[in-house]
Design a protein around this ligand. Structure first.
Ligand SMILES: Nc1nc2c(ncn2[C@@H]2O[C@H](COP(=O)(O)OP(=O)(O)OP(=O)(O)O)[C@@H](O)[C@H]2O)c(=O)[nH]1
Length: 284
């Protein structure tokens, strides 16, 4: 399977990011807790090298808790401040404000020594498409401050949002461009829905997910769809189609529809909390 990104958008995104980074003290980088490395772009380390850094493990409700803990430790060891969040429900969001203060301690101290008191810390949220930037900003700001949507690329507009006396947030999140040179990264991003569905063959993608689940979460599909295991992922897809009555022309199995159903169930967490990449493996 081959993945492509829209380079035009990404060039513009990078230019905007460079402009906006000049205005801020802290970068709040959202990653998807199911794929914390594949949903990062290490270019942000270079772009934001003099800034305070905070990583938000977003969608942590969709990932396995023991791996959320492991990834938290992983990023802390690398020197980041880290908070686990479920932006949709607001879980973990409350603790973000205090961690922002903590992450910006050095800057606040520098200001104080120069006699600058009570200047708010300025922050910006960044992340790849669909990682939850708008939802996170809304949740943090406590109102519908940024537009949200479930398709990549809906974020627009520009303004500062005052979170409290100490913190201001740029209302426009920075869109990071995923690292597409690596096909494994591309596949993982496609699985979580960060790449537009139209450019991908759903059945192929579903087959990849079935392979991954058979190896790492055996029994999950069998339980969810009340089917028996088969080594061939396409046979599994047929069994899901059968079990869920996905039919075309009256009685033929509609595996395309079954693939869409499976992908939706996975992305919405209906197969349970599943993590797609693990720190040990990535470090090895
Ligand atoms: N389960 C779960 N879903 C989330 C969470 N955060 C965001 N979402 C969902 O993820 C989808 C994308 O969220 P957005 O906030 O629009 O993402 P974005 O990063 O602003 O997307 P772009 O505008 O494409 O850059 C929406 O359907 C959200 O409801 C979370 O913590 N948990």
């Amino acid at each position: 399977m081959h993945f492509q990104w829209y380079p035009g958008h990404m060039t513009k995104a990078k230019r905007m990011m460079q402009e906006n980074i000049k205005l801020i003290d802290l970068i709040i980088e959202l990653v998807d807790a199911r794929v914390p490395l594949s949903s990062r772009n290490p270019d942000i380390d270079e772009l934001g090298k003099n800034k305070a850094r905070l990583i938000i493990l977003n969608k942590s409700d969709l990932a396995e808790e023991r791996w959320n803990e492991a990834w938290t430790e992983y990023f802390k060891k690398k020197g980041f401040h880290v908070v686990k969040v479920n932006s949709r429900k607001g879980g973990g969001v409350k603790s973000v404000q205090s961690v922002i203060q903590e992450a910006c301690k050095a800057k606040i101290e520098r200001d104080r020594k120069r006699g600058i008191l009570n200047r708010p810390v300025r922050a910006m949220v960044v992340g790849i498409p669909n990682v939850g930037k708008s939802t996170f900003i809304n949740s943090l700001a406590g109102k519908a401050a940024a537009k949200t949507g479930n398709k990549p690329g809906v974020t627009k507009g520009k303004q500062w949002i005052r979170l409290n006396k100490q913190v201001e947030l740029l209302d426009t999140p920075g869109i990071l461009w995923p690292k597409f040179e690596d096909q494994t990264v591309g596949l993982r991003l496609a699985l979580i829905g960060s790449i537009k569905d139209e450019v991908l063959q759903t059945e192929e993608l579903a087959a990849e997910l079935i392979r991954f689940l058979a190896a790492n979460y055996p029994g999950v599909l069998e339980n969810k769809y009340t089917i028996t295991a088969a080594p061939d992922p396409y046979v599994m897809l047929g069994r899901i189609a059968e079990s869920r009555h996905c039919l075309v022309r009256g009685n033929e199995l509609d595996t395309e529809k079954a693939a869409m159903l499976l992908m939706d169930d996975f992305r919405e967490g209906k197969l349970g909390r599943l993590t797609l990449e693990y720190p040990q493996t990535e470090e090895a």
